[in-house]
Design a protein around this ligand. Sequence first.
Ligand code: RIB
Ligand code: CA
Length: 329
Amino acid sequence: MPKPVIIDTDPGIDDALALLLAFGSPELAPVCITSVSGNVDVDTATDNILRILAHIGPDPAPTVARGAETPLEKAPEHATFLHGIDGLGDAGGELPDPRGDDAPGLSEEHAVDSILRHIEQSPEPPVLVALGPMTNIALAAQKAPQTLRHLDRLIIMGGAVTVAGNITPAAEFNFYVDPLAAQIVLDSGLPITLTGLDVTRKARLELRDLDACPDTPRTRLVQRITSSLFTHSQETEGTESIPLHDPLAIALSFRPDLCSTRELPVQVETRGEICEGMSLADRRPVLPRLKDPPNAHVCLDLAADSFLTLFRERVLWEQSLSSEAQTRT
Ligand code: RIB
Ligand code: CA
C-alpha cells in the first residue's frame, strides 16, 4: 500500500528533482504539495509546483496549496543566485504552463490548512516532508499541534550538525531563512528525521551520470534545469557534481535504511549575528540526564551508492522498480 506523503517545498531545482522522485516511486502516494517562500518567492514556488506536476501528470493529482509569503519574523531571503530567477535554472519555460490544461488546479485553502486537513483525513498516518524553510510547518504546529501528532514522521531537509553551513559558514539555507520556525518545529515533540548537509552533501549527482543517460524528454529536462547548478559547483567547488539535498529527504520517506541516525537534542540560533540559523546538536560525551532530551533523529551517514542508484533508476531512467525489487514485491 503506497504511503501517503505531504510535501512542503520551495522549488527550487533540487525540489523539482525531489518531486520527480516522489511521483516516480510507487511506494509513495503524494496527496498534498504546498509551497513556501525560500529559494524563490512563494508565487514563483507555487507556479513551479504546478509546472512540474503538469509535466508529470499524476493521476490522481494531489492538492496544491500556496503557503507562507514570508518567514515568521525575518524578511524573505531567496537563492535566485543559485536556482535562477524562475527557480528552475531559468529553464522553467521548458515545462508546461502552470495554469494550463495539463496543470492541476490551485486550492483556495492556505497551505497550513491543507496540510492539517490531509493529515486529519488520511486513512493512515502520513509522512510530511519539508524541503524548504519550516514556516508552514511551524504555523501548523502552532495552529493544531494535536493534529500534527497523527503524522507517521516529519522528515526535514535542513540544518548542518557536524559540517559547515552553505548559505553562511554556520547555517544551512532552510534553517537560515526562518530559524524561529525551525526551532518551533524542533520543540514540537514530533517524530523528526533531520536530513542535513551532513548527509545531503554526500548525495551527489555527477555530470557524467547525466551524460550516460538515455536521451528522453525527461533526461533533457533534467539536464536543462540542472545546468546552472553544475556550473555553480564547477566554479565554486571545482567539482562536476551537484548535491541532491531534497531528493534524499524524499527517499528517506520510504528507504529509511539509506541513512544512519543518532537521536540528539538540536537547537537553532535565532538571534545570532554570525551564527544565525545554525543548528547546534549537543554531542557532549556526558550522561544523558545532564543534557536536554533528544528532539530529532539526526542523519549522520549515507549509503550514497544505494541512494544514487535509486535516484538514477526512478528519475533518470524512469524505472519505477528495479527488476530485483519487482521480484521482491
Ligand atoms: O540547503 C539546501 C536546501 O535549501 C534545499 O532544500 C534547497 O532547495 C534550498 O531550499
Ligand atoms: Ca528546497
